[in-house]
Design a protein around this ligand. Structure first.
Ligand code: ATP
Ligand code: MG
Length: 60
């Protein structure tokens, strides 16, 4: 978990680490939960990952 002020580089740091893991010889499964900004969308698309959209409100 990263805790740091707004604009201090949390997203870039987390994205760099995930790219390193995803491009290893035997990459692990990586699940990203990004409920607001979609910062990782282009990274997921570049890696051939899947984007799942969830409804913002419960349906029960
Ligand atoms: N290591 C770095 N070197 C140079 N620039 C960086 C570095 N890390 C982040 N930045 C730049 O700093 C800015 C903020 O980075 P980032 O979006 O990762 O911050 P954040 O902590 O996730 O912000 P927020 O809290 O708004 O989500 C961006 O313009 C990014 O390109
Ligand atoms: Mg961020």
């Amino acid at each position: 978990m990263f805790l740091a002020p707004t604009g201090s580089g949390k997203t870039v740091t987390a994205g760099t680490l995930k790219m390193r893991w995803a491009t290893t010889e035997d990459p692990p499964d990586i699940v990203l939960i990004d409920p607001v900004k979609g910062d990782y969308r282009s990274m997921v698309e570049a890696l051939g990952g899947q984007i799942v959209r969830c409804p913002p409100t419960p349906r029960w």
